[in-house]
Every structure is written in structure tokens, then in C-alpha cells.
Design a protein around this ligand. Structure first.
Ligand code: 1CP
Length: 357
């Protein structure tokens, strides 16, 4: 394990710890990737998953948006299926589609024989070491993993899914199998996160991207206990833990009970409302979000208005003691056809916003 570097005045980490940052911190989900021409150039002829296991590429791609946009954090260039691949499970990332499994995981036999990740992923550690050498001491590196439910959806469906119906059917028709699958995934996700933490990431985000497809009742019974296990295990790292999902307005309270100190909020719910839901369930948290990614394509005037509104909602929540900080982000990932110049401009506008004292 490498010694954790000492960050100085890193706005994202200060905000995540509930302290007053020196400026409004911002990073964008999917800031690395297809919106950047330099990404498309470097990836030419190399598959997505191959690039995730090349320390030189994963560090360069992680750093590209930081150099270009002056964001306050880098997000590790990787994917939620990388730990599955590292464990030896047959998975590919198909351009224009997403992760596709060689064989879906649906039966008891599939689940008990599902390979687990039980060691460090050396290529990821090496990539992180390179990234940390280049980041300034006020810029954080965020590591991440997919949450058990979202990963399970790709495994059970066999690929991206519109309605997640096979996943939900398994959950309800064969709850014991479902719980077994969740129990099998938790250690692999933890191992992947510990690889990143041991290599020196400054914060981690657990993406439960598709949890918003569940009712609160189902989320609590079939998902929450496993996400909570992951956050419990990460507590001893002492780095900020972030939790995010799409369309999670109805389950924000339940999700906040998993134990992260920062709650990502998608764009469908105003931050001050989100803060009340979270506080009611588990006490005030730091909020992260929540500009609609489409607004990056709506021009300067609209961006200014929407950014100001979101910051105002976050300040209101803090004044009402339903939130203890705000990290600016989108309400989901950067859309691939977004102009890079608009992203840079949004960062400048956000940095000019005042912070709550
Ligand atoms: O060839 C390519 O460029 C493939 C596109 C791509 C990229 C750039 C995929 C395929 N994954 C990634 C990188 C990635 N994935 C990052 C790092 C980049 C960054 O954020 O700056 C991260 C954090 C992820 C995480 C991820 N992968 C999530 C959770 C975040 C989210 O967007 O909700 C999910 C659900 C995935 C699965 C996935 N991988 C790729 C795609 C197109 C998808 C979604 C497929 C679907 O719609 O189901």
C-alpha cells in the first residue's frame, strides 16, 4: 500500500467532509470519454476494456478532462464491469451499446460458479500511481465501482436493459437465489474498491445507476443491505464515500441509509427537496449534483440560470440544516455529443458561484 498523498485545500474533499471549501467544487460524471476529441484519438483501434487495463492509457484518459476543464476532481477511467473482467468473467463493452455478457447469469449453477475477484488489480494500481503523480494537491482523484444491484442487472439481463425485467423477475420469483447473487458480488466490488483505495484514490463513488427502477419496498429488501455492507467495509479507509443513482427521487431516503456521507442527486428532484428526504431518513448529508446534462447544450444564458438555481437550492438546504455541503455535478453523465467548450464554460460559471458559510 502506498502512503496516501496529502491534499491541500482540495475543495471537493473539504466539501465532502462538511467543511467550507475555498471555492464551489465541481466535477462531472462521464467527464472522460467520448465528448473529448483527444479521447477519441487515443482510443482509436483499442477496445474499451483493453484500454481500462493499460496503466498508460487509463491515466492519460483520466487526466484529459482535468487538464481541459479545470475541474476539481478526476474520475478514474474504468467501467463498472472491470472487476468482473478482472475476475475472469466473459464480458465485453460493445461500442454504442455498453457491457454485454458472454453468458447471462440466471440459474443457481450460474450464481455459485460466478468467478469472484479476490486480489488487487495491478494494472489499476499502476494507473492510479501515474495519475496521482500529475494531479495538483488541490485536485482529488475519485475511484468508483458499480453497486451490486446495477452490476447484477448486467449479469442477469446479459447486457443493457430498458426495463430490467429479468432482474426483477429473479428477485421476486427466486429471492434466495437473488440474495446469493448479491452476496457473491459484494466481495468482488469491495476488492475492486480496495485496489483503488490502497493505490491512493481520495474518495470513492458507488454507482447504483439503475436502482431508481425499483420501488422503495423492493430496494430496501433486495438491495440496501448489500450496498450498506460495502459502505460499512469502506468506513475504515477514512476517505469520503459518495452514492449515486438515476431516477432515485422516491428512494433517496432509503439509499442514504446505506451509509455514504455524500449523496448524488439526479436532475429530476430539486436539491433542497432531496435534502429533506435524506435528512428525514438518516440525517443531513453533503449533496452532489444536479444539473441536467442536456443543459450543457442549451447555451450560456440557460447554463447560468440553471447553475445559479441549483446553487441557491443547495444553499437553502444548508441554511435549513438539511445538508452539510454541496459538490456541483451533473444529474447523470455528460452526453457524448456535448461540446467540450460548453463543459469548460460551465466549470468557469460554477467556480464563480459563492460558497455557503
Ligand atoms: O468506447 C467507449 O468510449 C465506451 C463508452 C464508455 C465509457 C467512456 C463506457 C461503456 N464506459 C465508459 C467509462 C466509464 N463508465 C466511466 C469513466 C468515465 C467518466 O466517468 O469520466 C464511469 C464512471 C463508468 C461507469 C458506468 N458504466 C456506469 C455508472 C455510471 C452511469 O453512467 O450511470 C454504468 C451504468 C456503466 C455501464 C456502461 N458502460 C458503457 C456504457 C455505454 C454503459 C451504459 C450502458 C447502458 O445504458 O446500460
Amino acid at each position: 500500500m502506498t502512503a496516501r498523498r496529502r491534499l491541500q485545500d482540495a475543495p471537493i474533499i473539504d466539501a465532502a467532509r462538511g467543511e467550507t471549501p475555498s471555492r464551489m467544487p465541481v466535477w462531472f460524471m462521464r467527464q472522460a470519454g467520448r465528448s473529448l476529441p483527444e479521447y477519441r484519438t487515443i482510443r482509436e483501434g483499442i477496445s474499451m476494456l483493453d484500454s481500462c487495463f493499460r496503466p498508460d492509457l487509463l491515466s492519460e484518459i483520466t487526466l484529459q478532462p482535468v487538464r481541459r476543464h479545470n475541474v476539481d476532481a478526476a474520475i478514474l477511467f474504468s467501467d463498472i464491469v472491470v472487476p468482473l473482467k478482472a475476475a475472469g468473467i466473459g464480458v465485453d463493452i460493445v461500442p454504442g451499446r455498453g457491457p454485454v455478457m458472454e453468458s447471462p447469469v440466471r440459474t443457481k449453477e450460474d450464481i455459485v460458479s460466478l468467478a469472484q475477484l479476490d486480489s488487487e488489480v495491478i494494472e489499476i494500481s499502476e494507473g492510479i500511481t501515474r495519475i496521482l503523480q500529475e494531479l495538483r494537491s488541490d485536485q482529488a482523484l475519485i475511484g468508483f465501482a458499480g453497486a451490486p444491484f446495477t452490476l447484477a442487472s448486467y449479469l442477469v439481463e446479459g447486457g443493457p436493459s430498458k426495463n430490467h425485467e429479468r432482474t426483477k423477475a429473479l428477485m421476486h420469483a427466486e429471492p434466495e437465489l437473488w440474495h446469493q447473487l448479491m452476496e457473491r458480488l459484494v466481495p468482488s466490488i469491495c476488492a475492486f474498491l480496495w485496489t483503488q483505495i490502497d493505490a491512493g484514490v481520495d474518495a470513492v463513488q458507488l454507482f447504483d445507476s439503475w436502482a431508481g427502477f425499483l420501488s422503495e419496498r423492493d430496494y430496501r429488501e433486495f438491495v440496501l443491505p448489500y450496498s450498506r455492507q460495502i459502505f460499512d467495509e469502506l468506513r475504515s479507509s477514512n476517505i469520503p464515500r459518495i452514492h449515486f443513482g438515476v431516477g432515485t427521487s422516491e428512494i433517496l431516503g432509503a439509499m442514504s441509509e446505506a451509509g455514504a456521507e455524500v449523496m448524488g442527486v439526479d436532475w429530476r428532484v430539486p436539491l433542497d427537496q432531496a435534502a429533506r428526504r435524506i435528512t428525514e431518513a438518516s440525517g443531513p448529508k453533503v449533496l452532489q449534483g444536479n444539473l441536467d446534462p442536456a443543459i450543457l447544450q442549451a447555451g450560456t444564458q440557460v447554463m447560468r440560470q440553471e447553475i445559479a438555481r441549483i446553487c441557491e437550492e443547495a444553499r437553502r438546504a444548508q441554511a435549513e440544516h438539511t445538508a452539510c455541503g454541496h459538490i456541483f455535478n451533473l444529474g447523470h453523465g455528460v452526453l457524448p455529443n456535448t461540446a467540450p467548450e460548453a463543459i469548460t464554460e460551465a466549470v468557469e460559471i460554477i467556480h464563480s458561484e459563492g460558497v455557503f458559510h
